[in-house]
Write a protein that binds this ligand. Structure first.
Ligand code: SAM
Length: 309
């Protein structure tokens, strides 16, 4: 496999030319070349690791463009695979940290990314546990500058990973990821939609979320059994400190576990009947309303009311 270095060159990358303006579009070598490299490495795609590679280069390009990256932006990518999305993120000028669990894939991605000195592929399981990032990744994340998370996420870890990212002390300013369509819809859902639940409310404590492009199974190898979609999330205005966000999220999760029941009943079980009645009356909320009809603003107000001394 010999990527076209000239086409992938970052020489003269559009510094100072405004956001999202790459000079050269990297040329992807034929899929047969990657397949040969994968076979030589003894690779068979693993469903457990969500290994579905994005074969459609135009789609990979479009997703990287959706992330709206300025030259010099720090971007975390989980699971670069062969580097099909990574190379476009790098060509938009990202300082890319790509974390790949599969030691057979990382060298292939590294080779494809050779023309981009600001792109690094490291070999780790991004998750230390279901609720914690690997320390080797966490210590590499920016502490104050805005940064982005852009990935074709492995399906099996997308829920936990997005929950962790949204609860970081310094969360990504933009999250632009390709996930199972149903997950994207839940992340972007509104209250009372039937799919509004713990995942939607907890993620939207930190982010405003919109649905992006749909990606059909035939654009991947191997083909997944489900449709996929991009979502784009941006930090909400007036983000609360991480400690408070985490407390609120724990509260939303507990309340929305029983989302079809009345708010009065669920809240009563959580904080006691009289505290629940008092909080609902203070906020003028319908005690008989189902928990699933509450918006993030209402959930937040309710949390403030029952947490208040
Ligand atoms: N970005 C590539 C693309 O679009 O073609 C591959 C995406 S594939 C859906 C998911 C990738 O995540 C695979 O390369 C897989 O090995 C990797 N992966 C799965 N679990 C991981 C984990 N816990 N930590 C890091 N990488 C992981």
């Amino acid at each position: 496999m010999e990527p076209d270095k000239q086409a992938a060159s970052t020489d003269g990358l559009g510094k100072g030319e405004g956001a999202n303006v790459p000079l050269e579009r990297p040329v992807r070598p034929p899929w047969a070349d990657f397949k040969a490299a994968l076979e030589a490495a003894g690779f068979h795609p693993s469903r457990k690791l969500g290994q579905n590679f994005l074969l459609d280069d135009n789609m990979a390009r479009a997703i990287a463009a959706d992330a709206g990256i300025n030259p010099g932006r720090f971007v975390l990518e989980i699971g670069p695979g062969c580097g099909f999305l990574s190379v476009h993120l790098a060509s938009f000028g990202a300082r890319l940290l790509a974390v790949e669990i599969d030691t057979r894939l990382a060298p292939i991605a590294r080779r494809f990314l050779e023309p981009f000195p600001d792109a690094e592929v490291i070999e780790f399981d991004v998750l230390a546990t279901k609720s914690r990032l690997a320390p080797e990744v966490l210590e590499r994340l920016p502490e104050s500058e805005p940064w982005s998370l852009c990935s074709n996420l492995p399906y099996s870890i997308s829920g936990p990973l997005l929950a962790i990212a949204s609860q970081l002390d310094h969360p990504p300013e933009v999250v632009c990821c390709l996930v199972q369509k149903e997950v994207a819809e839940r992340l972007a859902a509104g209250p009372g939609s039937g799919i509004w639940g713990p995942l939607s409310a907890s993620f939207q404590e930190t982010y405003s979320v919109s649905m992006g492009r749909l990606v059909p199974p035939q654009l991947f190898w191997p083909r997944p059994k489900v449709d996929s979609a991009v979502f784009i999330a941006r930090l909400r205005e007036g983000l609360a400190p991480a400690e408070l966000r985490r407390k609120r999220i724990a509260f939303y999760r507990e309340l929305l576990q029983r989302r079809r029941q009345s708010v009065r009943r669920v809240l009563g079980d959580m904080v006691g009947r009289s505290a629940a009645d008092h909080a609902l009356a203070a906020l003028g909320m319908d005690p008989k309303g189902r928990a699933e009809t509450l918006s993030v603003d209402e959930l937040r107000a309710l949390h403030g009311e029952v947490e208040a001394p």
